[in-house]
Design a protein around this ligand. Structure first.
Ligand code: C2E
Ligand code: MG
Ligand code: MG
Ligand code: MG
Length: 277
């Protein structure tokens, strides 16, 4: 009795595994065709200077419009794209599209592009960036690249080399999701970095926890000492924005300021934010 129950459970488990495996394989097949079928779109979310309220950057956030499943968020398909290596051609498309879009924006607004560690290891990143800038006629100083702490911890020499060469082009380098990784402060000195983006988990705790505010203050002071810009991500309330300003954080991004939106909406976003500034 117990034995057959066990087998039954196993069979159900196996069916579930098969279904999930098949779904994943299907998604992979779809992902391989997504580029040529033009199913990707870049949304943009503004990052503002807290004091002047001016838009300083638009961050490009990738969306996949799947023909059956609707719009799939990057947290679902980026890991798959990384495992399969598809992130390299997809990442190249993102760089090219982002630079093209940015070429039509006001000169003092930059575009930020998220990079995967796989693009450092498997792609010819420097060439991709140079080509994207040239094709769009965009100066390197209008591009920011967002990387995560984990990129700095692996392939340290190669990464430093690539970042240094990108910086010669005028490109700015930002550390994304700061505080969630194995934050070793030493890398802030040993890599050419321009910007720290404080992870939204700290921002969320700002009103309830005084330690979160102390951490933001400490990172802001660190940024000032190291000549780096400090951005808070995930700002959802007026109170969070006020506390961030009090703690001398320089820039902010989040739903309270604006949601990520298609490129065609950005003129309106610029006008709306100008009106409240
Ligand atoms: P990220 O770079 O940290 O981007 C910020 C994420 O937080 C975005 O999610 C954004 O929509 C969301 N967000 C913005 N403001 C708020 C807020 O006030 N509250 C909350 N709860 N969330 C907010 P999204 O667009 O789903 O992207 C998720 C992640 O996917 C990104 O995190 C980034 O790591 C990755 N990603 C997005 N686009 C690309 C891409 O083109 N290439 C690569 N390699 N990764 C990308
Ligand atoms: Mg980012
Ligand atoms: Mg982030
Ligand atoms: Mg994040």
């Amino acid at each position: 009795q117990a034995k057959s129950d066990g087998r039954g459970t196993y069979r159900i488990f196996q069916n579930e595994m098969n279904v999930r495996l098949q779904e994943r394989l299907q998604l992979e097949v779809d992902l391989r065709q997504a580029l040529q079928r033009s199913e990707f779109e870049l949304f943009y979310q503004p990052i503002v200077n807290i004091e002047s309220k001016q838009i300083v950057t638009f961050e490009a956030l990738l969306r996949w419009h799947h023909p059956q499943k609707g719009t799939i968020p990057p947290t679902t398909f980026i890991p798959l794209a990384e495992e399969t290596g598809l992130i390299v051609p997809i990442g190249d498309w993102v760089l090219q599209q982002a630079c093209r879009d940015a070429a039509s924006w006001p000169q003092d607004v930059r575009v930020a592009v998220n990079l995967s560690s796989v693009q450092f290891r498997r792609g010819a990143l420097e060439l991709s960036v140079t080509r994207a800038l040239a094709a769009a006629g965009l100066h390197g100083s209008r591009l920011e690249l967002e990387i995560t702490e984990s990129i700095l911890l692996h392939d340290e020499e190669i990464t430093r080399d690539i970042l240094n060469r990108l910086r010669v082009l005028g490109v700015h380098i930002a550390i994304d999701d700061f505080g969630t990784g194995y934050s070793a402060l030493s890398y802030l000195r040993s890599f050419p970095l321009d910007k720290i983006k404080i992870d939204r988990s700290f921002v969320q705790d700002l009103s309830r926890e005084t330690s979160a505010a102390a951490i933001v203050r400490a990172i802001s002071e660190l940024g000032q000492a190291l000549d780096m810009t400090i951005v808070a991500e995930g700002v959802e309330t007026a109170e969070q924005l006020r506390i961030l300003g009090d703690q001398r954080c320089t820039q902010a991004q989040g739903y309270f300021i604006a949601y990520p939106q298609p490129a065609a909406q950005l003129i309106r976003v610029i006008e709306e934010l100008k009106a409240v500034a």
